[in-house]
Design a protein around this ligand. Structure first.
Ligand SMILES: Nc1[nH]c(=O)nc2c1ncn2[C@H]1C[C@H](O)[C@@H](COP(=O)(O)OP(=O)(O)OP(=O)(O)O)O1
Length: 175
């Protein structure tokens, strides 16, 4: 079955690392899309905002910390069975921040050791691209989900030396 995309929506996803102690900050999502999953912090863009501005803002709103660095490390394109709307998630890696991670209405933050990431309670694509992310390798991913969003039906993940501004849909691997 061809995967048809009629429209895409942009999202950010920020993962904060404590590289010295090999820990990653995740948040338990308390409402909305991805409820009851551990995930990075992020969301939709607000009107007039750049992708990187949205990344800083969402980290602050959801985890109450201010990133000092913010490097775009990859883009994941998510599609769903019987849905022509794709989610284009720009993934950022941040290693320094100000403030203290604090629970908000949307997220409960917690640090996890790199060796103990709770993949069973995360989006199922995460275990696939996290190894590249953790070692700082830039990537582009495509993940096609079952309609119930529980299973990855098809995937393509590749290492790149430059992450583009936006995902070029004409270069899709799963089409
Ligand atoms: N398959 C997936 N794997 C993953 O790791 N993160 C995903 C994902 N699909 C979506 N995300 C991320 C992207 C984004 O950070 C978040 C979804 O954003 P939200 O729905 O929280 O957006 P907003 O915070 O703008 O929403 P509201 O605050 O409800 O308006 O989940």
């Amino acid at each position: 079955m061809p995967i048809i995309i009629e429209k895409k929506k942009l999202f950010t996803l920020v993962l904060t690392l404590d590289e010295k102690n090999r820990k990653i900050l995740l948040g338990m999502k308390k409402r909305g899309f991805g409820l009851n999953k551990w995930n990075g912090f992020g969301g939709k863009l607000e009107p007039g905002e750049t992708i990187v501005q949205a990344a800083y803002r969402e980290l602050e709103e959801e985890a109450m910390i201010q990133a000092v660095d913010m490097d775009k490390i990859g883009i994941n394109l998510f599609t769903f069975e019987n849905d022509p709307v794709a989610l284009e998630v720009h993934v950022f890696r941040s290693t320094e921040y100000k403030g203290t991670p604090t629970e908000t209405e949307e997220m409960r933050p917690e640090w996890f050791s790199y060796d103990n990431i709770p993949f069973d309670t995360m989006w199922p694509d995460d275990r696939i691209w996290f190894p590249l992310f953790l070692k700082g390798q830039q990537f582009l991913g495509e993940f096609h989900f079952s309609e119930d969003q529980k299973r990855v039906l098809e995937q393509d993940l590749r290492e790149v030396s430059h992450v583009p501004e936006e995902y070029d849909l004409t270069q899709r691997k799963l089409a």
